[in-house]
Write a protein of this length. Structure first.
Length: 308
């Protein structure tokens, strides 16, 4: 796969480090250089070239109305001059905002349906594009595929190249984990950097055992693709901070998001990165991560999820 991914910044957060009592580095994929940024943009940097390699010139994908993934896919298709047909498993919002607003703005064709009808609607969109002379590429919701995992394997390479040579690798890498794609890439990349790095995916939705199983499945597929014989068996998918499920929140989490903005200027959202940073802080508070540890918080985006 070709590497088209540009750099996102890496920074040492003085404010978070002082507040939490550990050295907190932040990998700023929220600033990833594509409209709206975030981890879905990083995945798309590998998904679209694969589609092009297969001769495609259109995409079909799915997500909720506030999905970061559909916003990125719709805008990237527009950038390439490709047709995009997006299946949204929600009713049409009465007022469009956040990711939904940008998805509509991109000019993508949108079909709204109930969750159980997603697969048949996606098939229909594929057929209809093909019947009109396009060659559509099918993208699972969330960019959950091999290229999506590979994007984060490659992202760890990027991080290694950025990491200051005078520092040892981080003790921990912590981030928001959903479908398992991002986490699979992280495990594969980090295991090849140093076996001492502990990688923790904080669930934003799923519970175990399913959450862990999905990461392992994606990791097996990725390891097969990389084919260097290295396996990375210990997957840590923590479902203790999902606040009841996808997009579920409570006042404690909302206060945490507010406090973080007020005390550090860093924007995290209650759907994804807020849960991950909340977990990180809790690990230090409980002593699971000892004070003075070197922790990398991988900020995966989500600003548009904060706005609605
Ligand atoms: C999708 C998403 C994630 C989770 O990515 P997965 O690869 O599905 O685990 C985390 N953070 C943000 C902001 C996202 O949009």
């Amino acid at each position: 796969m070709s590497n088209l991914s540009p750099l996102s910044p890496l920074e040492l957060s003085g404010r978070l480090s002082a507040e939490y009592g550990a050295k907190i580095w932040i990998k700023r994929d929220d600033l990833f250089p594509f409209s709206g940024g975030g981890s879905k943009a990083r995945k798309a940097q590998f998904i679209f070239p694969e589609a092009a390699r297969q001769g495609c010139n259109a995409i079909v994908t799915t997500g909720s109305a506030q999905s970061n993934h559909i916003r990125v896919c719709a805008l990237m298709a527009a950038q390439l001059g490709w047709k995009a047909h997006i299946i949204i498993h929600d009713t049409k919002p009465s007022r469009s905002h956040g990711n939904h607003f940008l998805t509509v703005l991109s000019g993508a064709e949108i079909t709204y349906c109930d969750m159980p009808d997603v697969a048949s609607e996606m098939d229909r969109a594929m057929e209809s594009l093909a019947a009109n002379g396009h060659k559509p590429f099918y993208i699972w919701g969330g960019g959950h595929n091999l290229q999506g995992s590979y994007a984060y394997y490659d992202a760890v390479r990027e991080l290694r190249e950025q990491w200051p040579v005078e520092h040892q690798p981080p003790d921990y890498v912590i981030f928001a984990s959903g479908t398992g794609t991002t986490q699979a890439g992280m495990h594969a990349g980090l295991a090849r950097w140093s076996s001492s790095i502990k990688c923790i995916g904080v669930s934003v939705a799923r519970q175990n055992p399913r959450g862990t199983q999905e990461v392992k499945k994606a990791l097996m597929e990725l390891n097969d693709y990389i084919a260097d014989g290295l396996e990375c068996p210990s997957v840590r998918f923590d479902d203790q901070f999902n606040f009841g499920g996808y997009a579920q929140t409570d006042t404690e989490l909302e206060n945490f998001v507010t406090e973080t903005a007020q005390t550090t200027g860093l924007l995290v959202d209650p759907v994804y990165t807020g849960k991950a940073l909340f977990a990180l802080k809790s690990y230090i508070k409980s002593g699971e991560i000892s004070k003075g540890s070197k922790v990398l918080f991988w900020h995966t985006g989500g600003l548009l999820n904060l706005l609605p």
